[in-house]
Design a protein around this ligand. Structure first.
Ligand SMILES: NC(=O)c1ccc[n+]([C@@H]2O[C@H](COP(=O)([O-])OP(=O)(O)OC[C@H]3O[C@@H](n4cnc5c(N)ncnc54)[C@H](O)[C@@H]3O)[C@@H](O)[C@H]2O)c1
Length: 463
């Protein structure tokens, strides 16, 4: 199929490359010229394992190209994906200005040569399907200079569907090829059928798996879930809210464990083996972050407020998370007593491993609080140092290129992002250069005995 994807960020770029791999002719459109220049050379503007190689292959195959023109991309496409950002506003609502601009631009670009399916992949509040349809129509009308004369058969025909995205940064390619489900919300059966046809190779797993994203052995088919438009939009928010709630639940229990002398690691194993609960997203630590959870829960609560409906579970999920981010500060205070004048090294900056995404990262909350308390903050992240320096020039951080540099003269190290390389640290070597041998494991990711055998003091979360 001929496809355009508007917005070549984490979601749009991976979607474009995967659809191109499956044999579709894809035009990925972005308004950021700098980003486009790097993309045309097969370089992703962010860190995602395997993506650079994947992009290069897609470009070389001739199935993926890049453009800054929505108009020419739409003219050549049957299916147009909207994958622009929907960042949070201060009141928790989603900022829909990018979606609005793109929907109108799509409308201005439509012609009557064929029916177009406009697919909303951006995470948008309930009701946005109808709203996008209205904006596209406004775009259409804005270029019909003599509407009274335009015959009905000349009017562009289009249908808006919702296709929420569930990929995770860090495993985005595999998540796109092997999703747990594909959800399509549509009020037009023909549009839903076309989406099924587009996704058929994934639904039936009939494509040859790329070497860098092998197919899970247990996966035979992927469920295709067709819903109405508002339900598809709500599925995305509800899924993220539920995952965040699981983590906050584990963190709340972790706090109780510390009071009563229990070990949250044993508890989450004990409850996670129950199939009704499941082990994923039950680990305790410095809490959840990233570009989606906080933003999506905020938007969900905002929608509920519009209907005067209370959402105590969602509020508690956020409240527990805010408290949790500062648990490591309390532990540092317990161990070091005074933080003013101390040096604390943060192991990891990105909101989770295998990405350089710093949006709503717990590391930033922790760093800000330590700086406010008069501590000196050193940081080391395998991929996110430069991005942090660029995006947060206000933060007075000492950037380190190695763990040894981070540990040198530090009074404590705090593991904030569970990068794999941290689990293999030379603890003995690090203990020799530290001023005080304290490790706070903010993700319960380290092997406690490895750390203590090297003579360091180990403190985890909830045990
Ligand atoms: N990042 C994730 O893990 C993830 C997962 C699932 C869903 N989502 C949702 O998907 C959407 C996109 O998220 P993202 O992380 O990819 O965002 P992003 O900010 O990384 O990418 C958005 C892209 O859109 C481009 N853009 C903005 N306005 C444009 C315009 N007028 N024309 C063309 N391009 C334009 C930007 O330059 C940027 O490259 C959001 O709604 C997000 O909530 C994200």
């Amino acid at each position: 199929m001929d496809i355009s994807v508007i917005g070549a960020g984490y979601v749009g770029l991976v979607t474009s490359a995967c659809l191109a791999y499956l044999g579709n002719r894809v035009i990925a459109v972005d308004s950021n010229r700098e980003k486009l220049a790097s993309l045309k050379q097969g370089r992703a503007p962010f860190y995602e394992p395997g993506l650079d190689q994947f992009l290069k292959e897609a470009i070389e195959s001739g199935f993926l190209e890049f453009s800054d023109s929505i108009e020419s991309a739409v003219a050549r496409s049957q299916v147009v994906f909207i994958a622009v950002g929907t960042p949070p506003l201060v009141n928790g609502e989603s900022d829909l200005s990018q979606v609005m601009a793109v929907a109108r631009a799509i409308g201005r670009s439509l012609d009557s040569s064929r029916k177009r399916i406009i697919v909303n992949k951006s995470t948008v509040p309930v009701g946005s399907g109808n709203w996008v349809e209205m904006l596209v129509s406004q775009g259409v009308q804005s270029v019909q200079t003599v509407p009274a004369r335009a015959s009905k058969s000349d009017a562009p025909v289009f249908s808006v569907v919702s296709n929420p995205e569930f990929l995770r940064e860090g495993s985005a390619i595999a998540d796109s090829f092997y999703p747990d489900r594909i959800v399509v919300g549509a009020s037009d059966d023909q549009a839903a059928a076309l989406m099924k046809q587009l996704y058929q190779p994934i639904l039936s797993q009939s494509f040859e798996a790329p070497a860098y994203a092998p197919r899970p052995s247990s996966l035979a088919t992927v469920p295709f879930v067709v819903t109405d438009l508002p339900s598809a939009e709500l599925i995305k928010y509800a899924a993220n809210a539920f995952l965040a709630m699981k983590i906050s639940f584990a963190n709340e229990i972790a706090g109780l464990c510390e009071k009563v002398g229990a070990d949250v690691r044993q508890i989450v194993r004990g409850i996670g083996l129950d199939k009704r609960i499941g082990a994923n997203f039950l680990s305790s630590g410095v809490g959840w972050g990233g570009s989606c959870f906080g933003k999506d829960i905020g938007a969900l609560m905002q929608v509920a407020r519009e209907y005067n409906y209370t959402t105590p579970l969602l509020e508690a999920t956020c409240e527990v998370n805010e408290r949790q981010r500062l648990v490591v500060i309390k532990k540092l205070q317990e161990e070091l007593k005074i933080l003013k004048g101390r040096t604390v090294g943060l192991m990891g900056l990105s909101f989770k491993p295998n990405t350089d995404d710093l949006r709503d990262a717990p590391s930033l909350t922790i760093a800000r609080q330590l700086l406010k308390m008069g501590a000196s903050v050193k940081v080391y992240d395998p991929v996110a140092n430069d991005i942090c320096r660029d995006q947060h020039p206000d933060l007075d951080l000492v950037y380190c290129d190695t763990l040894t540099h981070l540990a040198t003269d530090s009074d404590a190290l705090v593991l904030v992002t569970e990068w794999e390389e941290f689990q293999r640290s030379d603890w003995k070597g690090l203990s020799k250069v530290m001023r005080w041998p304290l490790i706070i494991d903010g993700r319960n990711a380290l092997i406690e005995s490895d750390v203590t055998i090297a003579g360091l003091i180990y403190r985890g979360i909830g045990h």
